[in-house]
Ligand binder design. Structure first.
Ligand code: F6P
Length: 319
């Protein structure tokens, strides 16, 4: 293996830089030339690339986002887009590609694999909705960002005896909401995976305020409902002032936690080692703290294991 390409695709997340850094440093040690494509699959199709040497990846570990930049490409899923990408890879002499991203990006990696090009996927999405990995890159940092924000909001909520609906990201997944609610001591996590009864929640909140509690925090997963509608029902049904905070893209940035720096470093190193030893067509993932490889075919077909344990914990703690 003489030359490996690497790209970051889809929604950015903290830990992507540590992953690229580890892949590059591993590749260089093993005598492989490393190149990066800018803006994910877009750069691959436009032949927009750069040499990655030690200097190119120095000073990036602590930075959120991705220095290679990212994009969501509509063109890459087409046959023409993929042929263009393959043509560019061949002309550049790139023999294998590492794709860092979420489910859409891993589907793109599978497409290249099916066309016969050696590829390895690395799961990166704050949604933590990718099968065959306990944690995706960026999840831990996003959770720490959320908890910091919730703690701040709790201070002001209790000063004014208000109920707050705090909307977090996650697309169709309630992972961020349920873990954040558990770790912040929130009253409720409203997630797409579990039906909830707003009238019952209002009744319980009424009781809570009647007992003299001075705030209520409800963490809403973006895929589970409309924050303002829920806030309005609570205001009308309970009679308390409510406020809505949508955390939005704040959750995705910031210096990566140690967990994400280490996970990214492990994923990056392992991907290059596997490609050099002839393994490909897989995604690396974290399972019981070991790095395991799963065929991309299974990853893209599979469903994320239901978060039974996280949900049962939340339920037991009365969330
Ligand atoms: O998939 C990651 C994610 O942050 C989701 O949680 C969110 O729904 C979406 O991306 C936002 O996408 P964009 O950055 O394109 O607005």
């Amino acid at each position: 293996m003489k030359k490996i390409g690497i790209l970051t695709s889809g929604g950015d997340c903290s830990g992507m830089n540590a992953t690229v850094r580890a892949a590059v440093r591993t590749g260089l040690r093993l005598g492989v030339e490393m190149v990066g494509f800018r803006k994910g699959y877009l750069g691959l199709m436009r032949n927009d690339w750069l040499h990655l040497d030690t200097k190119a990846v120095s000073g990036i570990m602590h930075r959120g986002g991705t220095f290679l930049q990212s994009a969501r490409s509509r063109e890459f899923p087409t046959a023409e887009g993929q042929q263009q990408a393959l043509e560019n890879l061949r002309q550049l002499g790139v023999e294998a590609l590492i794709v860092i991203g979420g489910d859409g990006s891993l589907n793109g990696a599978l497409a290249l694999h099916r066309l016969g090009f050696p590829v390895i996927g690395i799961p990166a999405s704050i949604d933590n909705d990718i099968p065959f990995t306990d944690m995706a890159l960026g999840v831990d940092t996003a959770l720490n960002n959320i908890i910091y924000a919730v703690d701040c909001i709790k201070d002001t909520a209790s000063s004014h005896a208000r109920a707050f609906i705090i909307e977090v990201m996650g697309r169709h997944s309630g992972y961020l909401a349920s873990v954040a609610a558990t770790a912040s001591g929130a009253e409720y996590a409203l997630v797409p995976e579990v039906k909830f009864d707003l009238a019952e929640i209002c009744q319980q909140l009424r009781q809570r305020f009647d007992e003299g509690r001075d705030n209520a925090i409800i963490i809403l997963a973006e895929g589970a409902g409309h924050a303002q509608e829920i806030a309005d029902s609570i205001k009308d049904g309970v009679g308390f002032e409510t406020r809505v905070t949508v955390l939005g893209h704040y959750q995705r940035g910031g210096a990566p936690t140690v967990f994400d720096r280490l996970l990214g470093s492990r994923f990056g190193k392992k991907s290059v080692e596997m490609l050099v030893s002839g393994q490909q067509g897989v995604m690396v993932g974290l399972s019981c703290n070991a790095i395991l490889a799963t065929p991309l075919e299974d990853v893209t077909k599979g469903e994320k294991r239901p978060q039974d344990e996280v949900l049962r914990l939340a339920e037991m703690l009365g969330i």
